[in-house]
Design a protein around this ligand. Structure first.
Ligand code: ATP
Length: 393
């Protein structure tokens, strides 16, 4: 049997010895990848006693790639991710100047990874600004390809923006631009297809994980056709494709205006299971929710295309050059992203073991410096922390 994971009619076919590419990452990426890999391999061994094993394949991207090949994102890296379908990566340094604005964005665009999935949960023992952080337990689905992130905008006082404003005023009879002579203009595309595929992904996730409530978070009260469209198409999709689940009560779909969501997420976070948002709202919500459980430094993430099966799991923090090479970095974001990866390929036993080991360590106040300070506990180095996890596994 081949060692390549592939996608057949929307379902992953995973061999017992899959090749899974990884990108170590820059800065602290080099401190955390090797440590994390030990935890992954140990969890797989404990779960399957040698019947299954990952064959990790290093791919180059970022500064390490630039130093070795002269390219920030070598074409072979993209080819391999396309071939092997699922990959995991550490943080990447953003090239200064040159053609690529962000390596992460380039990877997401090339593979059309439209769903950004970020689980938000509390780990007992972490300092949080909330009285009951354990009530926050939800999964964020952020649309990854549309909205203002399309990057369609024109700078104030350029000939281009003047042409556009003239067109809007004369052809489209727009008269609401308050200061036409000095406005920059941006365009926000939100489509039926783009909205429906992220909402479908969120619903499928909810059904697969016995979660009932899907909440569409939007600003449809102000942006009637873009954000309002997202809401409308979400309800339409749920009725068209998931009618029996709605009728049986296995699925509930509701919506909330984004500003009210931020309020409710603080006051009654237990009301939410799976939330789905357009790109910009999703950006704000992911970090705000991670912060309210004290987990901004450890929250994991994945970017997925559920039709092709392509998925990249990633540490959500940056390269942290201030602590790179010092054996101080917290590997939890990468580790929990790895747990998401194992869950995605159906190796749930491995995901559960990784999460349980982290839960135990943090509950025992065993943590790296970034978390230890707030908890007034002695900090462990990256390798000491990982040694504790290996013990718990
Ligand atoms: P980049 O420019 O790549 O985004 P950054 O360091 O500016 O990197 P963040 O990742 O947001 O951006 O990090 C901000 C600070 O938070 C870091 O300088 C570091 O002190 C701390 N930090 C981030 N990630 C970790 C981690 N995994 N473990 C410990 N500290 C971290």
């Amino acid at each position: 049997m081949s060692n390549t994971i592939y996608c057949k009619q929307g379902h992953l076919v995973v061999p017992d010895n899959p090749i899974i590419p990884y990108i170590e990452g820059d800065g602290i990426g080099q401190d955390i990848w090797k440590q994390a890999q030990q935890v992954f391999d140990c969890a797989v061994e404990k779960a399957y006693q040698g019947r299954k094993k990952v064959d990790w394949l290093e791919l180059l991207a970022g500064k390490k790639a630039y130093d070795q090949t002269g390219s920030w994102l070598p074409p072979e890296t993209m080819t391999s991710i396309k071939q092997y379908l699922v990959a995991i990566k550490g943080p990447l340094e953003t090239p200064v100047g040159g053609g690529i604005r962000s390596l992460n964005v380039a990877l997401r665009q090339e593979l059309d990874l439209y769903a950004c999935q970020r689980p938000v949960r509390y780990f007992q023992g972490i300092e949080s600004p909330l009285k009951h952080p354990e009530k926050t337990n939800m999964v964020v689905f952020r649309e990854n390809t549309e909205d203002i992130y399309a990057g369609i905008e024109w700078e104030a006082q350029t000939a281009e923006v003047q042409t556009l404003i003239h067109f809007l005023q004369t052809e489209m009879k727009v008269n609401q631009i308050r200061f036409p002579a000095s406005s920059s203009i941006g365009i926000k595309p939100i489509s039926i297809e783009g909205s429906k595929r992220i909402i479908r992904a969120a619903i499928e996730y909810a059904l697969a994980n016995d979660l009932r409530r899907i909440t569409l978070v939007h600003k449809g009260n102000i942006q009637k056709f873009t954000e309002g469209g997202f809401r409308k198409w979400g309800y339409e999709l749920a009725q068209q494709e998931y009618g029996p689940y709605l009728q049986s009560g296995k699925l509930q779909i509701n919506d909330i205006i984004a500003d009210n969501f931020f309020q409710q997420a603080l006051l009654h976070p237990e009301k939410f299971d799976v939330i789905v948002l357009t790109n910009l709202n999703g950006d704000y919500a992911s970090d705000a929710l991670a912060a309210q459980v004290g987990g901004i430094g450890i929250s994991p993430g994945a970017n997925i295309n559920y039709e092709t099966g392509h998925a990249i799991f990633e540490a959500t923090h940056g390269t942290a050059p201030d602590i790179a090479g010092k054996n101080q970095a917290n590997p939890c974001s990468l580790l929990l992203s790895g747990a998401m990866l194992f869950s995605y390929i159906g190796w749930q036993e491995v995901a559960d073991r990784i999460q349980k080991a982290i839960e135990t360590a943090i509950a025992n106040q065993e943590m790296t410096a970034d978390l230890a300070q707030a908890c007034s506990t002695r900090a462990l180095s990256t390798s000491q922390f990982v040694a504790r996890l290996l013990d718990y596994l």
